[in-house]
Design a protein around this ligand. Structure first.
Ligand code: C2E
Ligand code: CA
Ligand code: CA
Length: 799
């Protein structure tokens, strides 16, 4: 080190050393700049540019060497061998060219190192060839370790110089690269000069053909000028390219800004540019993003690695926006050559809309859109899960099935919009009553269910059901309080069912019991209910085919004058003779037929049969037909009656339709419409079972009835039961007040009949006059001959 230092300071003209260093630096900067330009150049002109770069650098190295040699003043005559001097210049240019070519090969990241080392080798070859051209009046001896050190320094620093200089396009990288290349040349030169020792020897003559040193100075000056010129060319090229680059960048940005997706151009991990869409995604300005690392926006490292490992393949991950929030995005990376350097373009697709849509679909798949409650599918899933949990935990669970009573009426009377609002209202009410961990679902229509987990005492479930029921007694949506009520069936896991299906069917059985036992109440499942439900289903099933199988028949029961026993007409009563069960009572199968809707078909069959029968009678007796609420309010009922009358030829005034008061309550408007139309065509109307239902005077007034039938429960033992007697008297009084005739049904004894006669009741029906029987049993009554029944005898009157 010291030798080298001493060599520079004592044996050199320092001003010329500084000049050499300046020329060297200029050449190095030119070299690195031109090298970048070669890398970007077209294939066709690539070789030319490489040649220019090699020439500028090679000349630079050469000039540095010879200016430094001029600075080296051994105080002896010196000169330079022409051919070797030229050879040294050519060697410098060629080896630099090879080194640059290798450094730019895109095969591996190690190429700049290798190319740089070759350039370093070129410096050494140039130097030692140049030294061979050096003629001096003395003996030159060499210090081998320093020679080796000079070659090593040139090679190593040269390799580092190209790696740094080519690593990036930035000015700092270029400057550092040029500085290192200068260092490589200078350190090599002066270390090599340090290795030289000259012993003066006058015997040695300088050959005549050699160039004297002062001539060389001219040559060097010329070459230095050439370097300056080349440097200027390199600079203008660079400036032009930079302008072109920025234009190209602008064009590209305009293009990418038009893209809907966010686009990011990365050099390695560093963001070079982004489009508007990406900036919008992050909520920042493009300037705030450029220069940052991609990792700042895509925090998930494994996803980032996968993105670049598989170009062209979509990767779903999250984008951290300017506020630090994470947005779902889909990324696709592609490698492109941008400015001759491989870059990654990453496309960002905002997945928020897609995620929202997915969430919406998921929501719709699991919820009831009207009430927002869980739907059947998600309820089933939930119940299964809860049952599994309670099985493992050996705990008890309650399932409550809730069903609205009278909901159909709300829909019919107030419209579906009101019906929907009532459902929403009730759903809200149930939800607010829910306790910890309880789940409410709408299973469909007016059915709801609640899962109550971890039940310790079933009585608490009963209390819970009670609060659910009590809370409902208010007026909803203009629908009068009491019209809609809720029935609840409760089943417990594991006692009432081991799985979902069993548990649901038990809760259903309990619900059915609650409905039949009064509505608006709750019932726990009892083992016996299951059998009842099955029985009911069996009846419903068999009833469907009863008409076709000729299992139904009509029985007729006479209605007679209390005083004379003269028969006015008959009530027709349906009979079902089941093939295995035998006769099934209408009190059993009529409600089932009503609930299942079968009553519509059956009712038509009864009406047609009864009218045909009555029309065939010789005497114009009346025929009373029982009609259910469902029939009365069904579409086209009146038309059907009219058609039947026409078809059978029965005069309308002989047909009497019996309606119970409860049938009117369900849908009073429609019932009234039908009744008025029936009345208009001449059909008679009787209010059946009066006294058992609402027994309201207003109903009697509002509806166009022709007759009141006192329920048979009041007639039974009426002569010895003061309470029943009071009611019968009141009804008879009411009839008289309204001008409506009253008929007493269920008259079994003559005592009962006597009482009715004394109280002024005109008409009666019951076993006393005749049990319901096939019409054949009453042939004499319907033919001309017999007018009155022989059996009943008024004991009080006329005896
Ligand atoms: P309802 O309209 O009140 O019919 C009278 C019921 O009282 C009949 O019962 C009849 O057999 C019974 N009965 C008649 N006289 C006496 C008596 O002196 N003592 C006693 N204890 N009972 C007597 P049934 O035939 O079992 O019918 C029961 C109910 O079934 C009927 O009550 C009616 O509501 C319904 N029903 C019967 N047939 C039809 C029908 O064709 N259509 C509709 N919608 N309902 C029907
Ligand atoms: Ca009746
Ligand atoms: Ca009745």
């Amino acid at each position: 080190m010291l030798t080298v230092y001493n060599c520079i300071v004592s044996e050199h003209d320092l001003r010329l050393v500084a000049l050499a260093a300046l020329v060297c630096a200029l050449a190095s900067l030119t070299a690195i700049n031109l090298l970048h330009h070669v890398g970007r150049a077209d294939r066709r002109v690539w070789g030319i540019w490489l040649g220019i770069a090699a020439t500028a650098t090679g000349f630079g190295i050469w000039a540095t060497h010879f200016i430094a040699m001029l600075a080296f003043s051994p105080a002896l005559p010196t000169a330079y061998n022409v051919s070797l001097t030229v050879t040294s210049l050519l060697a410098a240019v060629m080896l630099t060219g090879i080194g640059f070519g290798v450094a730019l090969l895109p095969v591996s990241a190690a190429m700049p190192w290798l190319g740089g080392a070759i350039v370093g080798g070129g410096i050494a070859v140039m130097h030692y060839t140049g030294m061979a051209a050096f003629e001096v009046a003395g003996i030159i001896t060499w210090h081998p370790p320093l020679v080796a050190a000079s070659i090593l320094l040139g090679g190593l620093i040269g390799a580092l110089a190209l790696w740094v200089g080519l690593r990036s396009h930035t000015l700092s990288a270029r400057l550092t690269g040029a500085l290192l290349l200068t260092l490589a040349i200078c350190s090599h030169h002066f270390t090599a000069m340090g290795a030289v020792a000259i012993t003066p020897d006058n015997a040695i003559e300088i050959s005549a053909s050699a160039i004297p040193s002062n001539w060389l100075a001219v040559g060097v000056a010329f070459i230095s000028l050439l370097i300056l010129l080349l440097a200027f060319i390199a600079l203008t090229i660079d400036l032009r390219e930079r302008r072109r680059d920025s234009l190209e960048m602008q064009r590209m940005r305009d293009l990418t800004d038009a893209a809907v997706e966010g686009l990011v151009l990365c050099d390695g991990d560093t963001i070079v540019t982004v489009n508007e869409s990406f900036a919008n995604l992050t909520g920042l300005k493009p300037e705030q993003i450029v220069g940052a690392s991609l990792a700042a926006w895509v925090p998930d490292r494994p996803k980032r690695d996968a993105l670049f490992a598989l170009p062209g393949q979509a990767v779903e991950t999250e984008l951290r926006n300017g506020e630090g929030a994470l947005l779902p995005v889909e990324l696709i990376a592609r490698r492109i050559n941008y400015n001759g350097i491989p870059h990654n373009v990453v496309a960002f697709r905002d997945l928020r809309d897609r995620r929202d849509a997915e969430a919406q679909i998921r929501y719709l798949a699991h919820h009831d859109p009207l009430t927002g409650l869980d739907n059947r599918a998600s309820f089933d899933h939930r119940l299964d899960r809860e049952i599994r949990f309670h099985r493992r935990a050996r705990r008890q669970l309650a399932l409550l099935c809730l069903d609205l009573d009278g909901f159909k009426e709300v829909n019919d009377l107030y419209g579906h919009a009101t019906g929907d609002r009532v459902l929403q209202d009730i759903a809200k009410h149930f939800s607010s009553a829910l306790g910890e961990g309880q789940v409410l679902a709408r299973l469909g229509g007016d059915e709801f269910a609640i899962i109550a987990p971890l039940v310790t005492d079933p009585a608490q479930v009963g209390q819970f059901a009670d609060t659910l029921l009590k809370g409902l007694r208010w007026e909803q949506e203009g629908v009068p309080a009491g019209l809609v009520s809720v029935s609840v069936g409760i089943a417990l896991y594991p006692s009432d069912g081991k799985d979902r299906t069993e548990l649901l069917s038990s809760a259903d059985a309990a619900l059915y019991r609650a409905k039949t036992e009064g509505k608006g109440i709750y019932r726990f499942f009892e083992a016996a209910m299951g059998a009842q439900i099955r029985e009911r289903r069996g009846i419903e099933h068999d009833l469907r085919s009863a008409i076709a199988n000729h299992e139904l028949s009509l029985a007729y029961q006479p209605q007679a004058q209390v005083e004379t026993g003269e028969v006015n007409g008959f009530e027709v009563l349906l009979r079902w003779n089941h093939p295995t069960r035998g006769p099934v009572s209408p009190t059993v199968f009529i409600p089932i037929a009503e609930e299942s809707g079968l009553i519509l078909k059956i009712g038509e069959w009864v009406m047609q049969g009864a009218c045909r029968e009555a029309a065939s009678w010789m005497r114009p007796l009346t025929i009373a037909v029982n009609v259910s609420a469902l029939q009365l309010t069904s579409d086209g009922f009146v038309d059907f009656v009219e058609r039947t009358l026409n078809e059978t030829g029965l005069p309308p005034e002989r047909l009497e339709i019996e309606i119970t008061e409860t049938a009117l309550i369900r849908d009073p408007n429609r019932a009234l419409q039908s009744l008025q139309k029936l009345k208009a065509i001449g059909v008679k109307l009787a209010m059946d079972d009066f006294g058992t239902g609402y027994s309201s005077l207003s109903n009697l007034r509002a509806f166009p009835f022709d007759k009141i039938k006192i329920d048979r429960s009041f007639i039974h033992a009426v002569h010895i039961n003061p309470q029943a007697a009071a009611i019968v008297r009141a009804v008879l009084g009411l009839g008289r007040g309204l001008g409506l005739p009253v008929i007493a049904e269920g008259v079994e004894t003559s005592e009962e009949l006597d009482f009715l006669g004394l109280e002024g009741c005109m008409e009666a029906q019951g076993y006393l006059f005749g049990r319901p029987a096939p019409i054949q049993d009453f042939v004499p009554l319907i033919s001309e001959s017999v007018v009155a029944l022989s059996k009943p005898r008024m004991s009080a009157i006329g005896g």
